[in-house]
Design a protein around this ligand. Structure first.
Ligand SMILES: [Zn+2]
Length: 129
């Protein structure tokens, strides 16, 4: 029996690689990851808000790949960047996003965690504008 890595509740899912029992726990796990990855930048420069720094970093990390994919599949580059970053944070291979959303293979099961993180990234980007 797989257990939720956040609250330890058993997970009733036949899907492989499920780590969280529900969206709340997925969200919590994501918040923790985000908090851990931004801890350093906060101490470096308290004025520089951590969220914008993270978004800048993820833009740089994924820019080249996202540009290529956006041209190839005629999709919004920010959507692609966000999704690639969501895959990275969820520890899901990028091929999940590319196959399911760019190539349109809907036989690939939806990954809740990637979805939740992607939505959260979207909100962060909008908040900066
Ligand atoms: Zn849980």
């Amino acid at each position: 029996m797989t257990k939720c890595v956040v609250c330890g509740e058993p997970i009733f899912s036949s899907r492989k690689g499920v780590k969280y029992c529900n969206q709340n726990c997925t969200q919590k796990a994501y918040d923790r990851k985000r908090a851990a990855s931004t801890k350093k930048s906060e101490s470096d420069d308290a004025v520089n808000h951590d969220a914008s720094k993270v978004v800048k970093e993820f833009n740089l990390n994924n820019w080249d790949k996202a540009t290529i994919l956006a041209e190839e599949y005629k999709k919004d580059i920010q959507f692609i960047q966000r999704s690639l970053e969501a895959c990275r944070l969820a520890e899901v291979p990028e091929s999940y996003f590319i196959d399911r959303y760019l190539k349109g293979d809907k036989s690939i099961p939806l990954n809740e965690e990637v979805n939740v993180i992607s939505l959260k990234l979207q909100k962060e980007v909008y908040r900066q504008r």
